[in-house]
Ligand binder design. Structure first.
Ligand code: CO8
Length: 258
């Protein structure tokens, strides 16, 4: 599919999706959100792709939902179109691992999009925030919910109530991002992490995603039961036999996603 607001490159099993509305700091308008969802779904169903990286520009991952596009909407319009619900559901349904590679601003919907990915690698220039309160609204796609689970109530309240931005170091300390790297190395590091994931069994990677995501939806005892059942079920795969045999034979595993 031809896209106008994103750029998609597929190279050695990794799909790199760049948000590309430089004049608006990659603000998430309906066209960009629709194209992003379509590109993710294409990558998810493309057998060649084994991991996905979403990134923006040096200045902005995304500065939030497009304020110009939203500003005149009425309650009835946003309620009727169920604004952002579709994007939340479609991105959450992607089975292949997604890494957010964030440089510059990740604000409002930009921060929320990064949190919808499986993990975040941040450049040392990254700035995260939920400044919706300054616009007379609250976060709409996870900024009060996912963020609170990542960083705890106090910091989530702080960010959502003051609208302040937190830098990459604070975001790493708070548990929002998995690692911080120099801005010049961001894409290289994200692609290298994606390449590592691409070498694993996809069956096992899907299972990891399901199990970790389940921890946000259930109690500890139910989550542990889910994990144990999935762990047991992995012994039905050829990749478990191959992975363990390869270890014992001191060679690299050749996974076949079976
Ligand atoms: N929407 C539309 N346009 C934007 C946005 C935005 N969110 N952010 C920046 N722009 C535009 C500016 O209007 C400007 O355009 P122009 O040159 O035509 O005037 C251009 O991008 C450059 O921006 P600035 O001149 O403001 O650049 P600065 O470097 O001075 O400032 C900031 C950068 C601090 C990032 C500033 O642009 C800013 O505060 N932006 C708004 C941040 C914000 O409030 N984000 C939250 C939006 S609401 C939201 O996200 C609801 C969540 C919904 C979830 C959606 C998920 C799919």
């Amino acid at each position: 599919m031809a896209f106008e607001t994103i750029i998609v490159e597929v190279d050695t099993h990794v799909a790199l999706i760049r948000l590309n509305r430089p004049d608006a700091l990659n603000a998430l308008n309906s066209q960009l959100v629709g194209e992003l969802c379509a590109a993710l779904e294409e990558a998810d169903s493309n057998d060649k792709v084994r991991c996905i990286v979403i990134t923006g520009s040096e200045k902005a991952f995304a500065a939030g939902a497009d304020i110009r596009e939203m500003s005149q909407k009425t309650f009835v319009e946003v309620f009727d179109e169920n604004l952002f619900a579709d994007a939340n559901d479609r991105i959450s349904a992607i089975r292949k691992p997604i890494i957010a590679a964030v440089a510059g601003y990740a604000l409002g919907g930009g921060c929320e999009l990064a949190m919808l990915c499986d993990f975040i690698i941040a450049a040392d220039t990254a700035k995260f925030g939920q400044p919706e309160i300054n616009l007379g609204v609250i976060a709409g796609i996870g900024g009060t919910q996912r963020l609170t689970r990542f960083v705890g109530k106090s910091k989530s309240m702080d960010l959502n109530l003051t609208g302040r931005f937190m830098d990459a170091e604070e975001a790493e300390r708070a548990g929002l991002v998995s690692r911080v790297v120099p801005a010049k190395k961001l894409i290289e590091e994200a692609l290298s992490a994606a390449q590592k994931i691409a070498e694993k069994s996809m069956i096992t990677a899907f299972a990891v995603k399901e199990a970790v995501n389940r921890s946000y939806e259930t109690t500890l005892s139910e989550g542990l039961l889910f994990e144990r059942r999935v762990f047991h079920s992995m012994f039905a795969t050829e990749d478990q036999k191959e992975g363990m045999a390869a270890f014992l034979e001191k060679r690299a595993a050749q996974f076949r996603d079976k």
